[in-house]
Design a protein around this ligand. Structure first.
Ligand code: IPE
Ligand code: IPE
Ligand code: MG
Length: 255
């Protein structure tokens, strides 16, 4: 099946309608480091949390676009294991956002057949955050459209360490043997078990680093960077990133 992508025909993009593109070449899994909320607010003389609030609406828009573009999984970096280093007031605000986001948008996400999941260490999050997330997961668990996956209190290094701890325990209990431990088995011990690796990894705000996001999983991801700050990231820009991905040649070490 080959369908042309009418949604790439935007005035602001360079993309021509009849350029060869089809849904088959869509990235199955897109991961986004949503960065630049603080700088966006600062530029406007606003408190940093105003940037986080503005960023929330962009999450909704990008989710909708991903669903329309037949992306299967969208993983959004919402809070890193290093973000605890921020002032308590900002941390509290950030950890309140999942509840606010879900309160505002869950009905619409349900209407769009979106399933919600998370990766990260939720145990230590405030009860209201855990409850809001648990409710949304339960409510959307039978939806079979886009998987919207929030990385919440996520850090790759912690993820890898907890995987190793679990593997050692399982070896001790003879649930797994070391000679059976290969890349696929190891992947099953990560938060992302069952998910394909991200095909496309986007970062906004001009920074070109991973910041402890999906280190193992992004071994062969295609990267796409923009200087645009997350609250200014538009549907057209996202479509442009998807289109650019479609032009990439992935070789995985081959020729
Ligand atoms: C991204 O924006 C949101 C989170 C990290 C939670 P920032 O808050 O990092 O914004 P900048 O990078 O300081 O501009
Ligand atoms: C990465 O952004 C984390 C999230 C987007 C949640 P940061 O703003 O925390 O990353 P650094 O500190 O610039 O590397
Ligand atoms: Mg930042």
């Amino acid at each position: 099946m080959s369908m042309r992508l009418p949604f790439f025909n935007h005035k602001k993009t360079k993309v021509k309608v009849n350029e060869a593109s089809d849904f088959d070449n869509m990235p199955g899994h897109v991961a986004i480091i949503m960065d630049g909320n603080g700088r966006w607010a600062k530029k406007r003389g606003l408190p940093r949390i105003a940037g986080h609030k503005a960023g929330m609406d962009v999450v909704k828009q990008v989710t909708k676009t991903a669903a329309n573009c037949h992306v299967e999984t969208l993983t959004l970096y919402a809070f890193s294991t290093e973000n605890w280093r921020r002032p308590k007031s900002e941390v509290d605000y950030l950890l309140g956002l999942p509840k606010e986001f879900l309160h505002t948008y869950l009905p619409e996400l349900m209407g769009n057949n979106v399933r919600i999941e998370t990766i990260g260490n939720l145990n230590v999050l405030p009860a209201h955050t855990k409850e809001a997330v648990a409710y949304a997961k339960e409510k959307t668990k039978d939806n079979d459209g886009l998987l919207l996956n929030f990385a919440l209190n996520y850090g790759s290094r912690f993820e890898i360490i907890q995987a190793i701890r679990q593997i050692v325990t399982d070896v001790d209990n003879s649930r797994v043997t070391l000679d059976k431990l290969d890349e696929d088995v190891f992947s099953e011990y990560l938060y992302t078990t069952g998910l394909s690796d991200p095909d496309l990894l986007i970062r906004t705000s001009g920074e070109q680093r991973l910041s402890n996001f999906l280190l193992w999983q992004s071994a062969y991801s295609e990267f796409w960077f923009t200087d645009v700050l997350w609250p200014d990231f538009t549907e057209d820009m996202f479509r442009q990133a998807l289109h650019d991905y479609q032009q990439r040649k992935r070789r995985y070490g081959g020729i």
